[in-house]
Design a protein around this ligand. Structure first.
Ligand SMILES: *[C@@H]1O[C@H](CO)[C@@H](O)[C@H](O)[C@H]1NC(C)=O
Length: 284
């Protein structure tokens, strides 16, 4: 049987771990602070009713201290409410009774039929939100301008850091990635914090960003920024493509040193949670 890969958005999540103040005693997952990024692709009311999908998503989010969801279609907030309810009712002894909260942008987009929210779901015990900012520019370069969130986590060595999400429009990917430098300047001034991380589906590869485009992207040209997901990483679910669309970029040495070396990677949900592809397949 052939899988229709374009309907398998649940398979890949980006993951990165921050070093924590208490050194890891074992392989235990709770000794790291995990940040995840996930393009969930049209996560709307209908999909939220799919029990299997919600179950998978719940297990994914539960592995992260902070999880960025992109492409959330949730004008009245009911979809995320349902997801939080599912996450916060995880009670078996395998789980630790963590409580999750969310912070969301408003619906963003240029067409009424494609309005998407950025949503951060975070673990109350290890992270808190100390600021949020919807970036705007004139003229507006972004289709979905980054919604930056200032987080605090006593568990991490950096303590306070800014997450800047981007789900770019493929046709504008290079201009949007370049504009992230302006977002950087805005948020560092706003919160007086240089620990900034960019994450999301930038469409940073293949037809949308060629090698020669890099010199036109300040975050590539400036060595203060470290691209932790490299050009050779495949972040697409399709077997016949290999493109590094999803990325994580960190500013500065302080923040870079707070990242667990080589922890930035693609997490294959199907493989890791031992879910067959079929089970995470979404209805068309
Ligand atoms: C690179 O970015 C840093 C921000 O950390 C800035 O201070 C510096 O001027 C930039 N360098 C160039 C060449 O633009």
């Amino acid at each position: 049987m052939r899988w229709r890969s374009s309907h398998l958005p649940l398979l890949l999540v980006l993951l990165l771990s921050l070093l924590t103040l208490t050194p890891a005693k074992s392989e235990s997952t709770t000794s790291e602070f995990r940040i995840c990024s996930y393009n969930i692709q049209k996560f709307n009311k209908e999909k939220a009713k799919d029990y299997r999908m919600m179950n998978t998503l719940t297990r994914v989010v539960y592995r992260c201290d902070i999880c960025l969801l992109q492409d959330v279609v949730d004008p009245d907030g009911s979809v995320i409410k349902a997801l939080l309810k599912s996450i916060n009712s995880m009670e078996s002894e395998r789980y630790d009774g963590f409580v999750y909260k969310s912070v969301s942008s408003k619906p963003l987009g240029k067409s009424a039929t494609d309005m998407q929210k950025y949503v951060f779901i975070y673990r109350e015990q290890t992270a808190s939100v100390i600021g949020q900012h919807q970036y705007e520019s004139k003229p507006q370069v972004f289709t979905r301008a980054p919604f930056a969130v200032h987080f605090q986590s006593m568990k991490t060595r950096v303590n306070k850091f800014v997450l800047v999400p981007l789900h770019s429009d493929p046709a504008q990917a290079v201009q949007e990635m370049n504009q992230l430098y302006d977002v950087f300047e805005t948020v560092t001034k706003l919160w007086d914090n240089l620990n900034v991380m960019f994450l999301g589906d930038f469409h940073a590869g293949c037809a949308y960003m060629k090698k020669t485009d890099k010199k036109n992207i300040k975050l590539f040209a400036n060595t203060s920024f470290s691209w932790l997901i490299g050009d050779k990483v495949d972040t697409t679910v399709r077997e016949d493509t290999s493109c590094p669309f999803d990325r994580i970029v960190v500013h500065g040495r302080v923040f870079l040193k707070a990242v667990v070396p080589y922890s930035a990677k693609v997490f294959n949900i199907g493989r890791e949670l031992k879910i067959q592809r079929k089970r995470v397949c979404l209805p068309v």
